[in-house]
Design a protein around this ligand. Structure first.
Ligand code: ADP
Length: 500
């Protein structure tokens, strides 16, 4: 069988084959295992069949020879006349190239490529067609998987409320999500192919952001929580937190940076309002409560002088409660001052041991049922605020007692090394789960569960204490095991001469 195939690769193949003996040609065609190669007559009736065709389509040579090649088309394509159209295109254009669903012998459908070439005999008469087919299901499935993965992530990105934007080379906007377009009141067309620094009339053009993005592009250094004060007629004044990561794939050389933007304008305004309210309310409460405390003291003394001991005792209890109220107000005031960096310190050189002695004595007097063990080293001196340092220890001791129901002992230890003194307040109470240990130093953070809601407090004590220590150049930390107890530590730098 000497044939001539049209089309570049197949024309070469046919020339090559025509130069060979017929058996050689057939053995080559038959050795192509992954491709179905078969010939048909002018009507599409199958005349030859290779072993690859049996692999791909499932028919043995004996059962398929004489059948019309339209058998491999889906019913839908048959109704549309696709088999005939394919042959007509091959005859008129020299080849027909297509990818479509094909049907195997067992009725299963697969995605395959089809190449049809007209077949000529030695006298150049058109005698039929050759069809080469390949099962592309795997490729198609892989493509489908990529499309699905892309759609999946696109849906996530579009659902995220945070504006997200992907920047390519020169910070050109590659894509953005709906939240981005909504926040900046731009549409896809406005920003396509434009550098982020040129959109919204250059309102993004912040040199610090540019430097950070340059570093992300050049060195792959991501950045978090960069505060961008954005003010444009379209958006009004906004406070934006920007986070960026380089997301270029390992193989792809293309530079892509994901920029996530959090609009914290409303959150910050609310925080500010809350702080203002707490500040004003606690300030306004402070004066009347101080007066009540003073009057209460006078009343107690007068009652004692008049011999009304029981009533005097009650006035004493009132004073204790007023004292607690005063502490709460003081904490609120301190927390507000910390927020606006206005916590004042009266720095001086003082004996750390003396502070410990005083605070422990006061705690022993107020909690006669608890044994407060003191294990201190030789006297050390600190340059800082004596009262504030005492406030920290007082707070830790109070917590140690408050969160140790039924426990009888609290230990206060000090040690000094490497220019720092460290104080540890150890209790044998409720303890703190690992996952909460970092957060207890946050403002207003309180643990819940295990009946902890019943313990009074605002969640400010540790926040204030850790700030006081940090502002004096020290640090505070906790080691704790639920059910076994906690050890709160703070360390402070020693006064250089370690003496007065
Ligand atoms: P408050 O005691 O007013 O709630 P704090 O800031 O002092 O606020 O403490 C924050 C939280 O940490 C508390 O609510 C408590 O759950 C937990 N905590 C603090 N100290 C201890 C301790 N010694 N043992 C167990 N839990 C503690």
């Amino acid at each position: 069988m000497l044939v001539r195939l049209a089309g570049s690769f197949f024309a070469e193949l046919s020339d090559f084959c025509n130069g060979m003996k017929n058996e050689n040609y057939l053995s080559i065609i038959n050795s192509i295992e992954d491709y179905a190669v078969f010939a048909t007559d002018l009507q599409g009736i199958i005349t030859t069949w290779n072993s690859g065709a049996a692999n791909v389509l499932g028919y043995e040579e004996a059962e398929i020879i004489g059948k019309n090649a339209s058998i491999f088309f889906t019913n839908e394509d048959k109704i549309k006349g696709k088999p005939e159209q394919e042959l007509a295109i091959a005859a008129s254009s020299g080849k027909a190239v297509d990818e479509r669903n094909h049907v195997k012998k067992d009725g299963s459908v697969f995605w395959g490529s089809g190449l049809v070439f007209p077949l000529y005999d030695a006298s150049s008469e058109h005698v039929g067609y050759t069809k080469v087919m390949r099962d592309l299901s795997e490729r198609k499935n892989a493509e489908q998987a990529v499309i699905e993965a892309r759609d999946y992530f696109k849906n996530i990105v579009d659902t995220v409320r945070e504006p997200l934007i992907v920047l390519s080379e020169n910070f050109i906007i590659d894509s953005a999500n709906k939240s981005f377009y909504d926040l900046f009141k731009v549409n896809k067309k406005d920003v396509a192919g434009i550098s982020i620094f040129n959109i919204d009339q250059g309102h993004w053009d912040d040199p610090r952001l540019k430097t950070l993005l340059d570093e992300t592009a050049d060195k792959g250094e991501s950045f978090n929580d960069f505060e961008l004060r954005y003010d444009s007629p379209k958006t009004g004044r906004r406070l934006l937190l920007c986070n960026a990561r380089r997301i270029s794939g390992a193989k792809s050389k293309r530079l892509l940076i994901l920029l996530a933007i959090e609009d914290v304008t409303d959150k910050r305004t609310l925080e500010q309002q809350r702080n203002d309210f707490i500040g004003i309310a606690s300030h306004e409460l402070k004066t009347p409560v101080t007066s009540i405390k003073a009057y209460c003291e006078i009343i107690q003394q007068q009652l004692l002088s008049a011999g009304h001991e029981k009533l005097a005792q009650m006035a004493g209890k009132m004073q204790v409660q007023i004292g607690k109220l005063n502490t709460l107000i003081g904490d609120l005031l301190d927390a507000t001052k910390i927020e606006v960096s206005k916590l004042q310190f009266k720095n001086e050189i003082f004996s750390f041991n003396q502070v410990i002695d005083e605070v422990v004595e006061a705690a022993r007097a107020a909690n006669p049922l608890i044994e407060i063990v003191k294990e201190t080293t030789s006297t050390v001196y600190i340059y800082g605020d004596q009262t504030r340092t005492g406030q920290v220890l007082h707070n830790l001791l109070n917590n140690a007692i408050k969160y140790s129901p039924g426990a009888r002992q609290v230990i206060v230890k000090t040690s000094s090394a490497d220019g720092f003194v460290t104080c540890c307040v150890q209790d044998f109470g409720l303890g703190i789960p690992k996952e909460n240990q970092e957060r207890i130093f946050e403002r207003f953070y309180r643990l819940t569960g295990d009946g902890r809601e019943t313990y009074p407090g605002l969640g400010l004590g540790l926040y204030i204490a850790s700030e006081i220590i940090n502002l004096q150049g020290g640090k505070m930390w906790v080691e704790s095991e639920p059910g076994k107890g906690s050890s709160f530590y703070f360390s402070l730098p020693l006064n250089n001469d370690n003496a007065l």
